[in-house]
Design a protein around this ligand. Structure first.
Ligand SMILES: NC(=O)N[C@@H](CC(=O)O)C(=O)O
Ligand SMILES: [Zn+2]
Ligand SMILES: [Zn+2]
Length: 425
């Protein structure tokens, strides 16, 4: 195993120091370190962050390997500065058994680019009718702790209650895709001024807010743990704020795209902007940004949702919802929050690692800590070229935009997965 001496790096925005990475851990830190035989990386001007952790990634394997695989998605993640991702269950077959979650977990190990932690489905086939084998998935080699029917809402309140209750036995979490299905039948975009003008069926904010309100009450009632996926409205923020003030064990995520893009993008009729929940208004964006700073929203999660060309380059109404996120997330957050390194580390690494219970992740680089870290060049600016992305899909909403920040290197347990901005394998 190669030893690396990272020279002159700012650890989470602090004064420049050196990091000696040896045998999978940060062996030493301090100024003017020397280590004969070590590979020296000049990190002048770079910022070291704990490796990013994504609580919401679609890797599409098994079933849609034409859109992404565990390996290609893992490479995209490493290039984005991630060292761990949680893989959503809406694959084909659905990850609703110990067998499927173990397969995804094993594929992640084989790729060896990030730690892939499978999320299990809440209901069999995501059909919302009966609970999947939650206990068997928890006991499997994949040790599943987060369960989600993401892509679908667990709409039946009785099932949701039973799921929240069941996973308490192993301190599990239900991650909800909050969308009241009756309120979003045929929905194409955010319900508001723009949808009215374009004549597209609207997805009202209340369809999200009503489910979150119901679920925090259910969670409070059973004493469970709830995580709310891709929060997108100002009203949802208020529901979460009240729930947290009462001490309900609820956490929430926001995606980079919901922090930056508005429903006005739909005016282009380019389905690259079609996503679930839909892009909202500037007022929602302002509330989401403030909530992220404040901590009412705990984390940024990408909801990286690769789709094959034929599922995206078609008429808006027929296009699948979802957009890529892993390779651009840090740049968008940097653009939105500015170089607030502690906040970025908190919202993109420490807290998601803690929620998911990922040992060895989310820890600031310090002596004795597993070397899961990423080096960022905050001064760099780059133009996003879809063809250059490592993802197998091309559905980025940031094509040809110039974004701040570049991932220079990523280390997983002391082994580089990215060096000089390029994937190592
Ligand atoms: N976000 C999306 O628009 N799509 C996701 C599903 C989901 O996150 O709900 C997908 O799997 O493509
Ligand atoms: Zn979802
Ligand atoms: Zn998703």
């Amino acid at each position: 195993m190669t030893t690396y001496l990272i020279k002159g790096v700012s650890v989470v925005g602090g004064a420049p120091t050196d990091l000696l990475v040896r045998d999978g851990v940060v062996a030493e830190t301090g100024r003017g370190l020397s280590a004969p035989g070590a590979t020296v990386l000049d990190a002048d001007g770079l910022v070291a962050l704990p490796g990013l952790v994504d609580l919401h990634t679609h890797l599409r394997e098994p079933g849609r390997e034409d859109a992404e695989t565990v390996e290609t998605g893992s490479r995209a993640a490493a290039l984005g500065g991630y060292t761990a991702v949680c893989a959503m269950a809406n694959t084909s077959p659905v990850a609703d058994t110990a067998g499927v979650v173990e397969q995804v977990w094993r594929l992640g190990r084989e790729a060896g680019l990030v730690d892939v932690q499978p999320i299990g489905a809440v209901t069999v086939g995501l059909a919302g009718e009966r609970l999947a084998e939650l206990g068997a998935m928890a006991d499997s080699a994949a040790r599943v702790r987060i369960f989600s029917d993401d892509g679908h809402c667990v709409a039946d309140p009785k099932l949701m209650r039973r799921a929240l209750e069941y996973v308490k036995a192993f301190d599990g979490i239900i991650a909800q895709h909050a969308e009241e299905p009756r309120l979003t039948e045929g929905a194409q975009m955010h319900e508001g001024e723009v949808s009215t003008r374009l004549g597209l069926t609207g997805w009202p904010a209340v369809a999200e807010e009503a489910i979150i309100a119901r679920d925090v009450l259910l969670t409070e009632h059973v004493g469970g743990r709830l995580h709310v996926c891709h929060v997108s409205t100002a009203g949802s923020v208020e529901v979460l704020r009240q729930a947290k003030a009462r001490g309900v064990r609820v956490t929430a995520e926001v995606t980079p795209h919901h922090l930056l893009l508005t429903d006005a993008r739909a005016e282009t009729y380019d389905p690259v902007y079609k996503v679930n929940p839909p892009l909202r208004t500037a007022t929602d964006i302002a509330a989401l940004r403030a909530a992220l700073v404040e901590g009412v929203i705990d984390i940024v999660a990408t909801d990286h949702a690769p789709h094959a060309v034929e599922d995206k380059e078609c008429e808006w109404a027929y296009a699948r919802p979802g957009m890529l996120g892993l390779e651009t997330a840090l740049s968008i957050v940097l653009d939105v929050l500015g170089p607030e390194w502690h906040l970025i580390a908190e919202r993109m690494s420490r807290t998601p690692a803690r929620i998911a219970g990922l040992d060895g992740h989310g820890l600031d680089p310090a002596a004795g800590v597993p070397a899961n870290l990423t080096l960022v060049d905050p001064a760099a600016r780059r133009v996003i070229e879809p063809a250059d992305l490592a993802s197998r899909s091309r559905n980025t909403p940031y094509a040809r935009m110039t974004l701040p920040g570049r991932i220079v290197a990523t280390f997983l347990r002391g082994e580089p997965t990215v060096l000089d901005g390029k994937a190592v394998k």
